[in-house]
Design a protein around this ligand. Structure first.
Ligand SMILES: Cc1ncc(COP(=O)(O)O)c(C=O)c1O
Length: 381
């Protein structure tokens, strides 16, 4: 049999999948491992998607998406993100997942390096490896309030570094980077002439901190912005996201999109248009639900003396279990699942600095969330 491409073996598997595979075989598990919104999709969004199917609105669209989709996104970007772009800079993608892959495909050649947050979202290093590029982690450390340290970035940058990845609000940390921090990161990228890929899929869920789009601060056309309807509108299975590029990439993107997906599912784009343009009260209700859950969860953890990062965004809680995990949080999470019947994501799935921590998803019923947290081991006083 011929061998697979040489880079395949270097693509890291997802460290959450193992937990998920065990959890689906058990029938009494409190599921806190997966980042899936638990709120209902707004009826007007479902109606728009259904109407498209029923009207046989099922042809290919342009590679960048329906003109109405791009227009809806353009207005949203101007009003909510402070980003003013023409339609040719907006590309409908198959979820943010494909937008990330596209942005990295355009900026990384074999052997190039990309600076990635650690802990950070699992597909960032997977994509880099698939493209024969080198993921270089920059640590978001507890000692620095989980914020990036520019001195460390200066030490990590080399003449092969091409991209700085930023993810705020962060998965897995549930943290929002302040505007000044983002400005500092952009200065760093400008100094070293790097591209920036800014993953903002959790933009709609912030608590006590304002979300800033990095592209709104960009004066040098170096930012690729990645957005999605998945988390904002609880539409994870619709698979619609969008990539906002610097100017003058339309021709190359048309080719890349053509070769990878041609275009995004047409009825799903119709649902996304309704979501982006329509009444946003479902998003506010979801944000209140997540905020309420996070407040209740942190109150319980405080009571139990378990350390965590106070959440400012997304719907995750980053919790310290190093008192119990004995240096191997992946093994601990597996045995916690088997013995306590609670699935949590081991922090090490998000990078080396996640060792000793877990991520739990607060997009769950309040009862399930609190019962899951009650079963966590507390440190001995
Ligand atoms: C940080 C981050 N980026 C991107 C994605 C992918 O989102 P989508 O469903 O739009 O592909 C996720 C999903 O969990 C995520 O957490």
């Amino acid at each position: 049999m011929p061998s697979l491409a040489s880079q395949v073996a270097s693509v890291p598997p997802s460290g959450i999948r193992r937990i998920h595979e065990i959890a689906v075989q058990l029938d009494d598990v409190l599921g806190l491992a997966i980042g899936e919104p638990d709120v209902a999709v707004a009826p007007h969004v479902l109606a728009a998607g259904s109407a498209a199917w029923l009207a046989d609105d099922t042809n290919y669209t342009g590679n960048g998406g329906l003109p109405e989709f791009r227009q809806a996104v353009r207005e949203k970007l101007r009003e909510r993100n402070g980003i003013d772009v023409d339609l040719e800079r907006i590309w409908a993608t198959t979820g943010a997942t494909q937008a990330l892959h596209l942005a990295m495909s355009l900026t990384l050649a074999p052997g190039d390096e990309i600076l990635l947050p650690d802990p950070g979202y699992t597909t960032f290093p997977m994509n880099a490896r698939m493209l024969h590029a080198e993921p270089v982690p920059y640590v978001l450390a507890v000692e620095r309030g989980f914020l990036p340290d520019v001195d460390e970035l200066e030490r990590l940058v080399t003449d092969r570094t091409r991209v700085l990845m930023i993810n705020s609000p962060s998965n897995p940390l549930g943290a929002v980077f302040p505007r000044e921090v983002l400005a500092t990161l952009l200065d760093f990228a400008t100094r070293h002439d790097l591209w920036v890929i800014s993953d903002e899929v959790y933009e709609s869920f912030t608590y006590g901190r304002t979300h800033t789009s990095v592209a709104a601060l960009d004066r040098h056309d170096r930012v690729f912005s990645v957005f999605s309807v998945s988390k904002t509108y609880a539409l994870t299975g619709a698979r619609v996201g969008y990539l906002v590029t610097p100017p003058a990439f339309a021709a190359v993107l048309r080719t890349y999109q053509e070769a990878i997906v041609s275009c995004v599912n047409t009825p799903a784009q119709r649902a996304a248009i309704a979501a982006i343009q329509g009444d946003q009260s479902h998003v506010e209700v979801a944000a209140e639900h997540y905020r309420g859950n996070l407040d209740a969860a942190t109150a319980l953890l405080d009571e139990r003396g378990i350390r965590y990062l106070p959440p400012t965004g997304a719907f995750y809680l980053w919790i310290d279990v190093s008192h119990a995990s004995d240096g191997d949080v992946a093994a601990w999470a597996e045995s916690f699942l088997l013995t306590q019947r609670v699935s949590v994501a081991p922090g090490s799935a998000f990078g080396r600095s996640g060792e000793g921590w877990i991520r739990i998803c607060a997009a769950a019923s309040r009862e399930v969330l609190l019962e899951g947290l009650r079963r966590l081991p507390a440190p001995t006083p």
